[in-house]
Design a protein around this ligand. Structure first.
Ligand SMILES: [Zn+2]
Length: 268
């Protein structure tokens, strides 16, 4: 009798504790999870082996389970392999009250050695969430810490709530792609993001995250991923190697101004 009762009692205590700790969470209590890309939009760069859209969805689903178990209300902008336009994603987010928005992505670059975790925010009210998520994800991953960055991605500009986009590593980096293809690593990523969500507001002030800063000290970055632009210039010059050096120069110039013009609305 006792042998059965003790585990039941412990389970009961645990449930009570979990319920209490979730009720103790401050509002907002809805987390809108945005799995990047989907459907015909694989994400990443052409020829990339690991499909970004599948990895983002898997981490998003794991994150959903963890946060739901912690008592959060969770809304997914997509929960299957479908294409959802950016405007729809932000509309879904904005239809919730007392919400925060977390967009899950993986990075890519033609330079295979590019690696690390970076977390983006745009509005000042999003900085503490970005700092908290970055503190845990970058702290928990065996990857380079690329810092908390400010950039005007569509989903960050058009959501009227604290919103963050986390790039959980480079799928074009063989080592990081290797980690990400492991389900237990994706579970760890989801757990670290969830830890950041839970401790938003407390990390920036009390913990020594390496790149945590105030909104004033993080300058607005131009809408260019320097790694990618550098590489696209390289591959472009390779393709146009038969042309004169003068032509090469002008095409490089065009490529970086194209990037500036279009990438503010790209998804990441
Ligand atoms: Zn992406």
């Amino acid at each position: 009798m006792h042998k059965i009762c003790v585990p039941l009692f412990v389970a009961g205590l645990l449930t009570t504790f979990l319920a209490c700790s979730s009720y103790a969470e401050s509002s907002p209590t809805t987390v809108v999870i945005d799995a990047g890309h989907g459907g015909y939009d694989r994400g990443g760069i052409p020829g990339q082996r690991a499909s970004e859209k599948d990895m983002t969805l898997d981490v998003a689903r794991r994150l959903k389970s963890i946060l739901a178990a912690s008592g959060y209300r969770v809304v997914m902008t997509r929960d299957s392999d479908v294409f959802v336009p950016l405007g729809t994603r932000t509309a879904i987010a904005n239809s919730n009250r007392n919400a925060i928005f977390v967009s899950v992505h993986f990075n890519s670059a033609t330079r295979r050695s590019a690696s690390g975790i970076e977390t983006y925010f745009y509005n000042r009210e999003s900085l503490s969430l970005a700092s908290a998520i970055h503190h845990y994800v970058a702290g928990g991953a065996p990857s380079e810490n690329r810092g908390v960055r400010r950039r005007g991605y569509f989903v960050l500009r058009r959501t009227n709530m604290p919103s963050v986009l986390v790039e959980c590593g480079f799928l074009t980096n063989p080592t990081e792609a290797g980690y990400v293809q492991n389900a237990s690593y994706r579970q760890k990523l989801a757990e670290e993001i969830a830890a950041g969500v839970r401790s938003r507001g407390s990390v920036a002030s009390s913990r020594g995250t390496t790149r945590v800063a105030t909104a004033e000290s993080i300058p607005m970055q131009p809408y260019i991923d320097q790694t990618k632009v550098h590489e696209s210039k390289k591959s472009r010059s390779k393709r146009s190697s038969k042309k004169s050096s003068r032509k090469k120069k002008s095409s490089s110039k065009r490529s970086s101004s194209d990037a500036r013009a279009t990438s503010s609305d790209r998804e990441a």
